[in-house]
Write a protein of this length. Structure first.
Length: 727
């Protein structure tokens, strides 16, 4: 068991297993500990816990508010029992197929303390026990070997510093081959096991004796560096810069080892190299193979789609627009008429513009006209919140892209593709600025050639969280018609939120007075501590009292960063204490979740059909069955305690995570602590999330830094170049 002086040691025999989850090994067990009269409650990830087994554990004591004192296991190893009573309990627990309580009693009565030795080395003697024949002996032998495999694997993994939680995930993934796989290539863990990254795998590799300049380490480090760069938005990266990043990470001197690793990865088709012209110079660049395929195919499919013949019959444009205006009672502005005309005559088009420029009015007109021609119209958006907004604005069903494409959990792929395309004559995709390259690639695979495609988005918002700059690349390529909306309509001009959003984009000073009434405020506070106190007061009492807002459902705090005194971590901790201080709770590491907490899903979970950015409320905590229930969009979703790393508190979320959402009221703290993130497009995105009210809290210096800083980090993406290039 690994040395860790901060953990306490405990040994005992499992008396009974209260609960165990076969999927992740999460277990609650009662353990008889020497020197203690009462049984100890032990919780943690224990694979196949068996009454009678001896547990040697390292962990920490905690007190559950309802169930009292518990010992939380971090590392453990099991041993077979030594006493006759323990052996009988062990064998009779159902551990070994073919032996129940009655048969266990007979075996132990015959062999006594030598029972386990007999099963291990002289299993043939079991036929001496009444009721056991040769067939049952073989069954017992197989089950015994399987249990030995589990014990050996867990002991090996934990000896390498792997916690019991991750050890159980590894065993579930690799089974009895776990030791062989980890010894041969521990870096596989970083790709195969959720939660184990390169750095953890690298520590395991070091313990196993892998050299610093090991070829496997160099390959894994390069792949890790490319994945990290893709998380920063890059589809590819200049090769020389990539080697510098990997060298800093791996501390490998010179680039000979890394260049050899690049060659091997290229030969194995895990990466792709190309020459790309950057700033007038041909530069060698490196792609992860999946991103290269996505970029090449997305460009090819979009060009092919734009050139194919539409299934929808042509219409008389002017007459159709007049009909739509009469039906809606609205008069379209000249630019809006151009957008509708482009949608009626073109195959693929982009509509881009900020808030108050009439995108929704245009969509309604387009959908009204096409709705009279065909029922085969689909609407989609990248997130559930964006899809909900689209549905409310158009009065038509809109789905997330993931649900539209129907993810097949067993195959790990979308069901809708070129072999089984979407059933549509028109597809309208909203909030395209949020769509990353991989998702766009999968969507285009499923769009039938005869369908029209309308892409709607705001290029001034933050780019997608995932790699790529799809909307900007399509616009810059000139491959499809683009209608830019820049006129703010009279009704929208009455909102300080909308007028200030446009002032932000133009780099101008903000105004906080307007004709229609106040809907945007700036509260000046000099220190992060004062900002935090002010935000809490606004959420808890001031805004609910003045505007009748619900602090849980109507108000959302948005922060530029996760770190700092007014980052999302500190804000969530303080807001949870202020709004939901008591009640049934469960801890996950340093995080505490309570019934009534607002939480956010932080990764796509196709099994549960919840996705990165989905927000819900904890409605139940079942300590007995180790489950938390979260209501998301009116549906109850169950999480095992072991899976709570997929959730974070959401009283405050990052502005990046709020993309595509809209809230009645938004509060944004602005501190120079967030200097690195104070950018124009980030502030613009945050402000445009507010529907009725936006409150900025902070210093004028931080506000002005954000407005003036229009330096958007370059993303390496080749989609525009591929779209521009002819076949």
């Amino acid at each position: 068991m690994p040395e860790n002086t901060s953990l306490q040691r405990l040994s005992g025999q499992i008396e009974r297993v209260t609960y165990t989850n076969s999927e992740n090994g999460y277990t609650i067990a009662k353990v008889k500990v020497y020197g203690r009269r009462d049984l100890v409650t032990v919780v943690g990830n224990i694979v196949d816990p068996t009454p009678g087994a001896i547990l040697k554990m390292s962990g920490e004591w905690s007190t559950h508010p309802r169930y009292g004192e518990q010992f939380k296991v971090v590392f453990y190893e099991t041993a077979v029992p030594a006493t006759v009573h323990g052996i009988e309990k062990y064998l009779g627990s159902g551990l070994i197929k073919g032996i129940g309580p009655v048969m266990a009693k007979r075996i132990v009565k015959l062999f006594g303390e030598e029972t386990l030795e007999v099963i291990e080395h002289e299993a043939g003697r079991l036929v001496e026990v009444p009721g056991i024949g040769k067939q049952r002996v073989e069954m017992i032998q197989r089950a015994w070997e399987e249990q030995k495999d589990i014990r050996d694997v867990m002991l090996f993994l934990q000896s390498q510093g792997v916690s019991s939680g991750y050890a159980s995930k590894i065993y579930k993934a690799y089974g009895k081959d776990s030791i062989k796989i980890v010894k041969e290539n521990p870096y596989r863990l970083a790709y195969d096991i959720y939660g184990i990254g390169f750095l953890t795998a690298d520590k395991i590799a070091e313990k196993l004796g892998f050299e610093q300049d090991s070829p496997l380490r160099a390959e894994a480090g390069l792949l890790y560096a490319l994945h990290e760069l893709s998380d920063e938005g890059h589809v590819y990266y200049p090769t020389d810069k990539l080697l510098d990043v990997a060298s800093d990470l791996l501390k490998i001197e010179g680039d000979a080892v890394l260049r050899s690793a690049l060659d091997r990865l290229r030969d194995e088709k895990r990466i792709v190299s190309e020459l790309i012209r950057i700033d007038g110079v041909d530069v060698p660049v490196t792609y992860l193979a999946g991103y290269h395929l996505a970029e090449v195919q997305a460009a090819s499919r979009l060009r092919a789609l734009s050139r194919a013949t539409a299934a929808l019959r042509s219409v008389k444009v002017d007459a159709a627009i007049r009909w739509a205006e009469e039906r809606s009672g609205l008069k379209l502005a000249e630019r809006q008429r151009e957008a509708v005309a482009a949608a009626l005559t073109g195959k693929v088009m982009v509509i881009t513009g900020g808030p108050g420029t009439g995108k929704t009015t245009i969509l309604k007109a387009i959908l009204s006209i096409y709705g009279a021609i065909t029922p085969r119209i689909l609407l989609a958006a990248p997130t559930g919140r964006a899809a909900k907004r689209m549905s409310e604005a158009t009065c038509r069903e809109a789905k997330t892209i993931h649900r539209l494409l129907v993810f097949d959990v067993r195959r790990g792929a979308f069901k809708k593709n070129e072999d089984d395309p979407l059933d549509c004559d028109l597809l309208v995709l909203d909030e395209v600025s949020m769509v990353d390259l991989l998702l766009f690639h999968h969507l285009l695979k499923a769009v039938p050639k005869h369908s029209k495609l309308i892409l709607v988005g705001d290029t001034d918002q933050l780019p997608s969280v995932g790699a790529g700059r799809v909307l900007q690349d399509i616009i810059e390529s000139g491959a499809v018609p683009v209608v830019r909306l820049n006129e703010i309509f009279r009704q929208a001009r009455q909102s300080a939120i909308i007028t200030n959003a446009h002032r932000i984009i133009q780099g101008q000073t903000l105004h906080f007075e307007n004709d229609a009434g106040e809907d945007m405020f700036f509260i000046e506070k000099d220190t992060p501590e004062d900002m935090l106190e002010t935000v809490i007061g606004l959420v808890k009492s001031r805004l609910p009292r003045k505007f009748g807002l619900d602090p849980f459902t109507d108000i959302q705090v948005l922060a530029p960063m996760n770190r700092g005194n007014v980052g999302t971590a500190k804000l969530n901790e303080a807001l949870q204490t202020a709004l939901n201080p008591n009640g049934l709770q469960v801890s996950r590491g340093s995080r505490v979740f309570r019934v009534g907490d607002k939480v956010m899903q932080i990764r796509n979970d196709y099994d549960r059909e919840v996705f990165n950015g989905d927000i819900g409320v904890i409605t139940g905590i079942d300590a007995e069955n180790q489950e938390v229930t979260v209501e998301i969009d009116g549906v109850g979703v169950s999480y095992d305690f072991a899976d709570l790393d997929e959730l974070v508190l959401a009283y405050a979320v990052s502005i990046h995570k709020a993309q595509g959402a809209e809230y009645p009221a938004v509060i944004i703290p602005l501190s120079t602590q967030h200097y690195v993130m104070l950018q124009r497009n980030l502030l613009y995105t945050g402000v445009t999330r507010g529907k009725r009210l936006v409150v900025l809290v902070g210093t004028k210096k931080a506000l002005n830094i954000a407005i003036k800083n229009n330096k958007i980090m370059q993303r390496y993406s080749g989609l525009a170049r591929r779209l521009w290039r002819s076949d």
